[in-house]
Design a protein around this ligand. Structure first.
Ligand SMILES: *[C@@H]1O[C@H](CO)[C@@H](O)[C@H](O)[C@H]1NC(C)=O
Ligand SMILES: *[C@@H]1O[C@H](CO)[C@@H](O)[C@H](O)[C@H]1NC(C)=O
Length: 960
């Protein structure tokens, strides 16, 4: 050991280089090192007067000139990151923008942060210098110290800390999606701790202003999950800066940013890194989980070797054994970040879904002894809480989605109860967006959904504020409304966990972000936290059945509902809410009545007196709805419900349909004339299908999964067991579906080619080549079947409106055209209305993912109009769509939110039509007779829970 350490400096460096073949050459060539050695000897000789003049002999000095620096650097290696002591006495933020006026926010309801609740306070918040100066009571003298102060009357609305998104790709996976800005992953290696998201951070991402409008003030920008070690992550504040650079967005950038040579006298700042395991690295690097695990171990071993060299070096130096010691601590620019992980100075964020992957990481963290800040996605985490706790250094936080699941195998067991179950097991829960996978603008809604499914109020609020801020190492300045903290605040138009909560103002570093916010007027009750239903039984079952609880409902023919406050009936083709005048019941929130269902059909609705005779006949289930409601079953459109189970697993799905515009369609299947029927591929009983059913959606319309020419959609009942059951298929052929637009980033047929094809197909009178099948385009041209065009760009829609006229001119019939997608439809609202064309908006809350979707109408607080209100103004038949089948259960909240955003201009009746009668009209289907019973509230409420579906068509009641 000693002899090795006594090796000459240059050799020592060589030895180090030998062991790390991929490291760059030493910073200084050996020659200059030798030279420095010479100079040192000479300098020292003079300085210490060390060399005896009488008898010269070569003695290496016991204390070399670099000793002081080296000792300071060695000491610094042991420093833990965090704010320096003087941080807590700061009077101004390092991010303060000179000229920003102080703001005195008066009369707010303040949620102060903290997972155990700092409590709620009524009062004022004073912000100046980019930080919070006072909370609650603001002394007049404090305000008087400043010449100009902006005063905001919060009118008792809620204020919370800014939203912290711990998993975002804003800027690296930029919007609109263009090939020139696809910077999420590096294809160059499975383990690259040296690459950095900051180096790809695009400041022109359209998402920044949208996410800020949702209250997001800080995001941790992670590289993608293609690699096991995807690189370093950086926290940014989302506001614009005067400099306009990516660097100026950074929050407490680590000092290592400018290289590994840092001032050893300053306390280090937290660094951040992305790791990933499971399907993504396997797929991207064409390996398996075993390869990924080795990639981790190999990388960590490289880092460990360097760390051990450093430690051995420092041990020597600290013991004063300078002889033979190089003048510099061994280091390596490529691996230094991973060495810092081993030193516990990096917040490691691990994308990891399944038990098997957590187990790998738990072993890895124990083998190399490094802590993990958070497991991300973590769809299985709620099934293995004790395993997670075995992670070296203590249990990581768990950063998850509220609903988004089943897009791949490792997300199959995802549960809406996971936040609740994890919290119950003492794990810290974070809700995250994975933006743009889900739009971070609506991250607070994920917290609201987690709350709906059982996560306690304080933890739900903290899951997007305090918990991520602390887990990411920023708990000293973010995540609380507290004196001395960053002035990142959100003023909400309602309780932040209420449905559709929207910022009325957002401050970042004390700067108001919304110049002219539009604030919807909401019912007073929306200022209170929703009183959510009890899902204890469901949560327990999720765990009991290892993530796959049985979802098949109990089926009966007759049932009596008591304490029903609202019954939705049909009047002139529309659903209207009718309060059920009945009995003054102490249990109900107001007067409530009784609904008797026989053979799946509502036979009596009124007071218990009115329906008594009928209710007593026979042995019937009696369900107390506790002031709930009976409302029409909703319809879902836009996802592959009924055709797909695990989206990325071919063997679980109907599969993709060949697109005659891009692929060769097998001639045996009909060649270019083939028009595929979704009904032929229908599969029942899928998990998303049943979860959606259990959330009050009784029917779905699904086209085949195709490209430009998808084929024929089918309308079906979500609660059926198979196609041959009575009422399972509502309409085997609902509509003909095509798509116009750019379907991906890969080059496809021109828009004009797509239109030419459509024109030819619609105007052609010929039978299909085989002569066997119908010419479905001719049927559409003659108005015998609706034609649904998936289209987003207004210009494409305008061309389609011209085509519609052309076709109608020839056939003399009405082309029953509707647009699906329709993100830019508001630009043509008048023309679309006049043409009698329907629009199925999808997604409901617009997000400009592609260039075809660029000109969205953002809705409050950025605009008064929403895509829905803009179209309804022109009498367009509007339906609501959904993109992700695991989010299809949210339909009733989507319509409730649509009504709220309408600010009084969209009635509840109009809102419910968006997911019922309007879709029926567009598709020419009839789901009449499907009703859903909600416990504890109305169809839109985040306080109610669907407990039964009645189907007159099926002569059945499904009980959950
Ligand atoms: C704040 O609320 C109090 C009590 O409701 C009221 O007296 C006072 O005028 C309000 N101040 C502002 C600035 O709105
Ligand atoms: C929409 O329909 C209503 C009721 O039929 C009518 O009064 C109104 O003028 C229509 N609006 C537009 C813009 O066509």
């Amino acid at each position: 050991m000693d002899s090795k350490l006594a090796l000459p400096t240059t050799r020592s460096d060589d030895a180090h280089r030998d062991r790390t073949p991929r490291s760059p050459p030493p910073q200084r060539p050996p020659l200059s090192l030798l030279c420095i050695g010479c100079v040192s000897l000479i300098t020292l000789a003079g300085f210490f007067n060390y060399l005896p003049t009488a008898r010269f002999s070569y003695t290496y000095p016991s204390i070399p000139p670099h000793a002081d620096r080296v000792l300071r650097e060695c000491k610094a290696l042991k420093e833990t990151p965090g704010p320096p002591a003087e941080f807590f006495t700061r009077t101004q933020s390092d991010r303060f923008v000179p000229g920003t006026k102080p703001v005195w926010i008066r009369n707010a309801t303040i949620w102060g942060g903290g997972s155990h609740g700092l409590g709620t306070l009524h009062g004022d918040v004073f912000i100046a210098g980019g930080i919070i100066k006072a909370v609650g009571h603001v002394p007049r003298e404090m305000v008087d110290d400043y010449k100009y102060v902006d005063e905001v009357n919060a009118q008792n609305l809620w204020i919370t800390p800014g939203i912290f998104d711990m998993h975002s790709h804003i800027g690296v996976d930029s919007i609109p999606n263009l090939r020139g800005a696809a910077d999420t992953n590096s294809p160059k290696g499975i383990a690259q701790p040296w690459i950095r998201s900051l180096d790809a951070l695009n400041t022109h991402d359209d998402s920044y202003k949208l996410s800020v409008a949702g209250g997001v003030t800080t995001s941790l920008i992670l590289p993608g999950s293609a690699g096991a070690i995807g690189g370093q992550a950086f926290a940014i504040k989302l506001r614009d800066t005067a400099e306009g650079s990516a660097s100026s967005k950074l929050l407490e950038p680590p000092y290592t940013l400018g290289g590994s040579h840092v001032d050893p006298s300053v306390r280090p700042r937290w660094r951040h890194m992305k790791h990933a395991c499971g399907e993504n690295p396997s797929r991207f690097y064409q390996g398996t989980r075993m390869d990924t695990a080795w990639a981790f171990r190999h990388a960590y071993n490289e880092a460990r070797k360097i760390k051990e060299e450093q430690d051995a070096y420092c041990e020597k130096a600290e013991a004063g054994k300078w002889e033979g010691l190089a003048s510099k601590i061994p280091e390596n620019l490529q691996w230094e970040a991973l060495v810092d992980v081993l030193r516990g100075r990096v917040k490691v964020n691990v994308h990891c879904y399944e038990g098997i992957d957590f187990d790998d990481i738990v072993r890895l963290s124990n083998e190399f002894q490094f802590p993990v800040a958070a497991y991300h996605h973590a769809h299985d985490a709620y099934l293995v809480p004790e395993l997670l706790k075995k992670t070296w250094g203590g249990p990581p936080a768990v950063a998850i989605f509220s609903l988004h699941s089943r897009y791949k195998r490792e997300a199959y067991r995802g549960s809406e109860y996971a936040p609740y179950i994890l919290a119950k097991n003492g794990l810290r829960v974070i809700m995250k967006s994975d933006h743009p996978v889900t739009d971070s603008r609506y991250l607070p809604y994920q917290a609201a959904q987690a709350h709906y499914y059982g996560l306690p109020t304080e933890l739900a609020l903290a899951s997007v504020t305090t918990t991520p801020a602390e887990a990411a190492g920023f708990g000293h300045r973010l995540g609380y409304v507290r004196k001395g903290y960053d002035a990142d605040l959100v003023l909400w138009d309602s309780h932040p966990l209420a449905l559709g909560a929207t910022p009325a103002q957002v401050w970042i570093d004390g700067i108001a972000q919304l110049s002219a916010p539009f604030v919807s007027q909401k019912p007073r009750t929306f200022q209170d936290v929703p009183n959510t239903p009890n899902f204890e039984k469901e949560a327990a079952e999720a765990v009991k059945y290892d993530g796959l609880p049985p979802l098949k409902p109990k089926e009966v023919r007759d049932v009596v509902f008591t304490n029903v406050r609202t019954l939705w009936g049909k009047e002139g083709g529309s659903h209207v809410a009718v309060p059920l005048a009945g009995d003054a019941n102490a249990n109900a929130k107001s007067q409530a009545g009784t609904v008797v269902v026989k053979n799946g059909k509502i036979e009596c609705a009124g007071s218990s007196q009115d329906c008594l005779a009928m209710a007593q006949a026979g042995d019937m289930d009696v369900i107390d709805l506790q002031g709930g409601s009976v409302a029409p079953g909703l319809i879902s459109f836009g996802t592959p419900l009924g055709l797909a189970e695990i989206t990325s697993e071919y063997s679980t799905n109907d599969g993709p349909v060949a697109d005659p515009l891009e692929d060769k369609v097998p001639s045996i299947a009909g060649g270019d004339d083939a028009v595929i029927q979704a009904c032929d591929g229908l599969q029942f009983g899928g998990r998303d299908t049943l979860l959606t059913f259990r959330a009050g959606v009784t029917a779905a319309v699904t086209p085949p999964t195709g490209g430009h020419i998808s084929g024929l959609s089918t309308a079906f009942y979500l609660g059926a067991e198979h196609k041959l059951q009575a009422g399972a298929v509502i309409k085997d052929i609902a509509a003909l579906h095509v798509a116009v637009g750019h379907l991906g980033l890969k080059e496809g047929p021109s828009i004009s080619t797509q239109i030419a094809t459509l024109r030819r197909l619609l105007l052609s009178e010929r039978k299909s080549e085989s002569g066997e099948s119908e010419n479905w385009f001719k049927e559409a041209a003659h108005g015998n079947i609706p034609l649904i065009v998936k289209v987003d760009k207004a210009d494409h829609m305008a061309t389609l409106l011209v085509l519609k006229k052309q076709v109608e001119g020839k056939t003399g019939k009405t082309l029953r055209l509707s647009f699906a997608g329709g993100l830019e439809a508001h630009l043509l609202a008048k023309e679309i209305g006049e043409a009698g064309v329907g629009v199925i908006l999808n997604p409901v809350r617009s997000f400009p993912t592609t260039f075809d979707q660029l000109r969205i109408i953002p809705g409050p607080p950025l605009s008064e109009d929403t895509p829905i209100s803009a179209l309804l103004k022109h009498n367009v038949t509007v339906g609501l769509g959904v993109e992700d089948k695991s989010e299809a259960p949210g339909a009733r909240f989507d319509i409730g939110w649509a009504a709220l955003d309408g600010n009084g201009k969209i009635s509840k009746e109009q809102a419910i039509a968006l997911a019922t009668t309007n879709l029926e009209k567009i598709f020419g289907i009839d789901t009449q007779g499907d009703f859903v019973a909600y416990h504890g509230g109305d169809v839109f409420d985040m306080e109610s829970k669907a407990v039964a579906v009645m189907s007159a068509r099926r002569e059945q009641v499904a009980l959950f």
